[in-house]
Design a binder for this molecule. Structure first.
Ligand SMILES: *[C@@H]1O[C@H](CO)[C@@H](O)[C@H](O)[C@H]1NC(C)=O
Length: 432
């Protein structure tokens, strides 16, 4: 009898450990930030690409008389160059922001470490400029927020060797509480001051109040992206080129129909893409078009109906989205089905926000969906050369990064799709 009990116990333990799949983690608490007395020091430093060989440095000071200057050079403590920028600020109900400085520096050498200082005082920062040519590596994480999981994701990104961070929307989860934008700025500074952060907006950036506030005021003031440099008249959509990759950031929460400014801008931008110069074409936006998670079902349908034909004709290689707090990777798809000349769609809205994971999926898994997993984590995208890219997804197993999905992606240039569809694209671009 006793032996039987022990055997049963052993059996139970063994089968439990065999069956033990990865246990989905619960949301983690919001990080606590110590109260900061007002300081004259530059804070919340982050950088972004601002046209060929230029970088925009953004920071905030409590001191309104602090100048918008950046001193920089390739040796620590020796600043041979100085750039002057502009500044802005905003108020939101009872909150008044600090002075938000935006200063573009350059021309800069490629793949070079620069040392810099903001506002003529305080800490020295260092940044590395991206390479001029492939290979280049991107870190990707959306829906970040500022919780224990955010910290874990940022730690893992900090350990990887990457050139530029791509963020498909939902940054601080300030959600109207403006000082959370400031704590977010401080949380990401160690990474965002050293590598360009290229972001697009999500629903949590909107913060509109009917009759009082238009949307995206804080986001636009704090996270100025190179929209002017890319011929756009809105910070909510823009494009940039880096090392053989053309990247388009779209807005899921601004007009996207055929008659909209965004659609017109997108057509103009696509007409300028030269696949000899930038063989890879990537698009980011917040609300996924291909999503088999039960969360946010169908929310991307209208934008997809309006814009997918354009992206398909232009042979977009890869689409990165956020919004759904889980990871999903598709086959090459178009019009709801797999298609060898369509884009690979990846949803990666699980950087670590406080709302937790979206773990319910539609079954059976759609034909186009290859891999789905509700975990927190980040992605790494290495564009190896003009024909091959390597994508990997790293989930936060407790606080260890564990690679749980990876795939080689062949470019549409190399598969002949770009040439095959060139005519279709010119027709679409010519229709008014
Ligand atoms: C591109 O990279 C892939 C993967 O490393 C390699 O197999 C291929 O030969 C490379 N192509 C060229 C033209 O170097």
């Amino acid at each position: 009898m006793k032996l039987q009990l022990i055997l049963t116990l052993v059996f139970l333990i063994v089968s439990a450990s065999v069956a033990a799949d990865y246990v989905r983690p619960l949301p983690r608490k919001a990080l606590q930030f110590p109260w900061d007395p007002k300081s004259s020091q530059p804070q919340q430093v982050h950088i972004s690409l601002a046209g060929d060989k230029h970088i925009r440095v953004t920071w905030i000071t409590d001191d309104n008389s602090s100048p918008s200057i950046v001193e920089y050079g390739t040796l620590p403590g020796r600043y041979d160059n100085l750039a002057k920028g502009e500044s802005t600020s905003y108020s939101y109900l009872f909150y008044s922001s600090g002075k938000i400085h935006h200063t573009v520096i350059g021309p800069l050498e490629d793949s070079t470490v620069y040392f810099y200082r903001c506002g003529g005082q305080g800490l020295e920062f260092q940044l590395k400029t991206p390479p001029a040519q492939l290979p280049i590596t991107f870190a990707v994480a959306g829906d970040l927020g500022q919780t224990g999981w955010t910290k874990s994701t940022l730690d893992h990104i900090g350990q990887c060797n990457y050139d530029v961070h791509l963020l498909p929307g939902d940054l601080s989860y300030a959600d109207y509480i403006q000082h959370r934008w400031d704590t977010f700025g401080k949380l990401v500074q160690p990474l965002a001051s050293t590598r360009p952060w290229m972001v697009t907006q999500g629903n949590h950036e909107k913060e509109n109040i009917p009759l009082l506030k238009d949307g995206f005021e804080s986001y636009n003031a704090r996270w100025k992206m190179p929209f002017e440099e890319s011929g756009s008249n809105s910070n909510l959509y823009y494009s940039f080129e880096v090392a053989g990759v053309h990247i388009i950031m779209l807005g899921s929460y601004t007009d996207y129909d055929k008659y909209s400014e965004q659609y017109r801008w997108l057509k103009t931008d696509l007409s300028k893409v030269d696949r000899k110069k930038t063989p890879w074409l990537i698009v980011l936006f917040h609300v996924p078009w291909y999503n088999s998670n039960k969360a946010h079902q169908g929310e991307g349908d209208d934008m997809m109906a309006a814009m997918e034909p354009l992206l398909y004709a232009a042979s977009v290689d890869l689409v990165l989205a956020g919004h759904v707090h889980a990871y999903e990777r598709s086959k090459r798809v178009n019009n709801g089905r797999s298609d060898p000349c369509g884009a690979v769609h990846i949803t990666i809205g699980d950087g670590g926000n406080r709302e937790g994971l979206a773990s319910k999926y539609i079954n059976p898994q759609p034909e186009w969906s290859v891999f789905r997993e509700a975990s927190f984590g980040h992605g790494e995208l290495k564009m190896v050369n003009s024909t091959h890219a390597f994508w990997s997804w790293h989930r936060n197993d407790d606080d260890e990064p564990v690679k749980s999905d990876d795939i080689w992606i062949n470019s549409l240039v190399s598969s002949g799709c770009v040439d095959k569809k060139g005519h279709e694209l010119s027709n679409l671009l010519m229709t008014p």
